[in-house]
Design a protein around this ligand. Structure first.
Ligand code: QAP
Ligand code: CO
Length: 167
């Protein structure tokens, strides 16, 4: 199966807020699996449905070294957070750029899993950062929004130029 096409900044469709998932049906599980495959292929550690132009509250993550720990979060909500952590973040929708962003160091997340069951999990470090980054996508927010206007404009210009050369 062909990997899903990933939208790139500054594509305005990345600004679309996701709607809650009403029901975890076969179609949604299939989308989650395709997103995981596309993420592994990229390769990346996280992918939100927004990035593949599906505006539903769904994201996939695997920060493990062996790429054997997929996490699917549906309708995720952060119910508690703690501390601060600065990480050099990247994004499959902002290829080639990594910049430091400060986020909560630890989060407690409530979500629905791919079986349709609600659960809560505690995450810290890179996993916590990745969850916050991917949840931002579901609101139409990108890590470049945390950078200075100058830096964001520079990234925008370079990516637009690359995209035009490819087209
Ligand atoms: C979000 O990002 C993340 O620029 C997930 O050329 C990243 O998987 C959260 C990627 C870092 C926390 C820390 C980026 C692949 C993958 C690129 C990714 C690239 C190829 C990014
Ligand atoms: Co991203």
């Amino acid at each position: 199966m062909a990997p899903l096409e990933i939208l790139e900044f500054p594509d305005p469709r990345l600004r679309t807020p996701a709607k809650a998932v009403a029901e975890v049906d076969g179609k949604l599980v299939e989308l989650a699996d395709r997103m995981l495959r596309s993420m592994y292929q990229a390769p990346g550690i996280g992918l939100a449905a927004t990035q593949v132009n599906v505006h539903r509250a769904l994201l996939v993550i695997d920060v493990s070294e062996k790429k054997d720990s997929p996490i699917v979060l549906i309708n995720p909500e952060i119910i508690d957070d703690e501390g601060e952590l600065e990480t050099a973040e990247g994004c499959l929708s902002v290829p080639g750029f990594y910049e430091p962003v400060t986020r909560a160091e630890k989060v407690q997340v409530q979500a629905v899993n791919r079986d349709g069951n609600e659960f809560t999990m505690t995450a810290e470090g890179l996993l916590a950062v990745c969850i916050q980054h991917e949840m931002d996508h579901l609101q139409g927010k990108l890590f470049v929004d945390y950078l200075s206007n100058t830096k964001r404009q520079m990234i925008r210009k370079k990516l637009l130029k690359q995209q035009k050369q490819r087209a």
